[in-house]
Design a protein around this ligand. Structure first.
Ligand code: UD1
Ligand code: CA
Length: 488
């Protein structure tokens, strides 16, 4: 399957060589104990694999090849239509069935790898690898060398060890897998991260020489290091200090730890731009949050999709806000839920929302609108200064300027088959506990008496009331409790 990741042409890399990214994503992820393939588990709201593919796209790779195996159909379907803002890459999927090791995995990509260019091998379950690190590794490769990304790990058990020649900083001789390593080799703390860059031509010749005569009976990609050394090629090892970039996800605990690491970095970046976070440890951004100057965000807020906060916006504690634009000076009080989904939500300048408000897709609120507790707004436009302060529903409504919409009032927008619009013109006052049965228009400046169910449009300036006349029974005697006294 081939798909174009997006539309802008890819500029050549620094050395003029195209980059072909190969992402290994065939493994089972047994320790996740999940039906979902591991690389589809989410970090910061996106699949692990989508993070890696996004980074690949930012490198302007010529191609991105994803090696799938376990849950292949599901993985391919999940990312086939994935797009990214920059770059252009051809997206290939190749299957690895059965999974006979990392070398065997990359062998499956050989048919789609041209001879020119640099192969950059990544792991689908290592989501936070940074673009800059990969660019450095590609520079190390320079179209001639085998470049390995390594990290120093105090507890290196389980990883492939970087074995160097005699005398400390000497050249890399091999990567020895933990299970194949001698005791002396197991004492080495520099480990291979699973990321390498290598010229395609050399990769292909070395892959063809892989054997599985090791403890695990697997084809190890890491064996290409020995072939490179034997062929007199230079092997570069770039040891980075930042472990988070190369940490893989194998278990729910590791996933949660990486999520926190990601969120902390994101929070620090926001604060560096001047955003005031009550507590950087209690913020979750699952998408893109942009903030103008002097934004305040209290604890336990979750932002999803694309959220834009204007100058001076304040977000109270425990708000969940997705796909929304909040204009300057607006205040979102605690426990407010805003979800714009595809239509989006707009909150105007100086608006006051919540506490306990719910804004749904297509809520479009003008300047200085007030939406109070337990008010739900869906697919409705509220003009400047309109207010719905308590316990109300506005669905498929067009609400004029300065309208006051009373407590407990609702628009009955659904007749069981179709949705209809309610129009409430400027300066209308809707009393408490009214039902406006759509389609209906309440004329400008009109008043709707409390407790009315209106089914007909009303003229401008009118008072409309629909309710039984009040009755008074004077000197009415309340029922008395029947005496329980026993009669002898
Ligand atoms: C591999 C490296 C090891 C390194 C470690 C870093 C080899 C032989 N060893 O270890 O040196 O320290 O990564 O994490 O390469 N995969 C497939 N098909 C397979 C096997 C694996 O696609 O047949 C994928 C997995 O889904 C995963 C990645 O390759 O994304 C790494 O596999 P994993 O089993 O975690 O790594 P090791 O082989 O143990
Ligand atoms: Ca009534």
């Amino acid at each position: 399957m081939t798909d174009s990741i997006n539309n802008t042409p890819h500029p050549p890399t620094a050395g003029g060589l195209p980059i072909d990214v190969v992402i290994m994503a065939a493994g089972k992820g047994t320790r996740m104990k999940s039906r979902l393939p591991k690389v589809l588990h989410r970090l910061a709201g996106r699949a692990l694999l989508a993070h890696v593919m996004g980074t690949a796209a930012r490198l302007n790779a010529r191609s991105v090849t994803v090696i799938t195996g376990h849950g292949a159909t599901e993985v391919e379907a999940a990312v086939a239509h994935w797009d990214c803002a920059t770059g252009q890459s051809i997206l290939n999927f190749v299957r690895q069935e059965p999974q006979l090791g990392t070398g065997h995995a990359v062998q499956q990509a050989v048919p789609v790898l041209p001879d020119d260019g640099i192969a950059l091998v990544l792991n689908g379950d290592v989501p936070l690898i940074a673009e800059g690190t990969l660019r450095d590794l590609i520079d190390d490769c320079a179209g001639r060398h085998l470049a390995l990304l390594t990290v120093d790990m105090p507890d290196p058990a389980g990883y492939g060890r970087i074995v160097r020649g005699e005398g400390g900083g000497a050249g890399v001789q091999a990567i020895v897998e933990h299970k194949d390593a001698t005791l002396a080799q197991r004492a080495l703390t520099e480990i291979y991260t699973g990321v390498l860059a290598v010229p395609n031509v050399q990769l292909k010749t070395w892959l063809a020489r892989l054997r599985n005569d090791n403890v695990q009976g697997e084809f190890y990609l890491t064996d290409i290091v020995e072939f490179a050394v034997a062929d007199g090629a230079t092997v570069q090892a770039r040891c980075i200090a930042d472990r988070v970039q190369v940490d893989g996800v194998n278990s729910p605990v590791q996933l949660a730890e990486l999520e926190r690491a990601f969120q902390r970095r994101n929070a620090l970046q926001l604060m560096a731009q001047g955003v005031r976070l009550a507590d950087p440890a209690r913020l979750d951004v699952r998408g893109t949050l942009t903030c103008a100057q002097d934004v305040d965000i209290d604890v336990n807020c979750v932002f999803e999709g694309q959220v834009d906060l204007g100058e001076g916006v304040r977000i109270g504690a425990n708000c969940v806000i997705a796909n929304a634009r909040i204009a300057a000076g607006a205040v979102i009080h605690p426990f407010t839920h805003i979800d714009g989904e595809k239509l989006g939500v707009q909150v105007g300048e100086g608006a006051l929302i919540g506490p306990f408000a719910r804004l749904r897709p297509g809520a479009n609120l003008g300047a200085e609108v007030h939406i109070g507790n337990f008010v739900e707004v869906k697919n409705s436009t509220l003009a400047k200064g309109a207010k719905a302060n308590h316990l109300a529903y506005l669905g498929d409504a067009t609400v004029g300027e300065r309208v006051n919409y009373g407590a407990g009032s609702i628009t009955a927008n659904y007749d069981g088959a179709n949705k209809h619009r309610t129009v409430i013109e400027d300066d209308v006052h809707v009393g408490s506990n009214c039902v406006l049965v759509a389609p209906i228009t309440i004329g400008q400046g009109g008043t709707v008496g409390a407790g009315s169910t209106l089914t007909k449009s009303t003229p401008a300036g009118a008072l409309s009331i629909e309710r039984a006349k009040q009755l008074q029974l004077t000197n009415w005697a309340r029922p008395q409790k029947v005496s329980q006294k026993k009669v002898d």
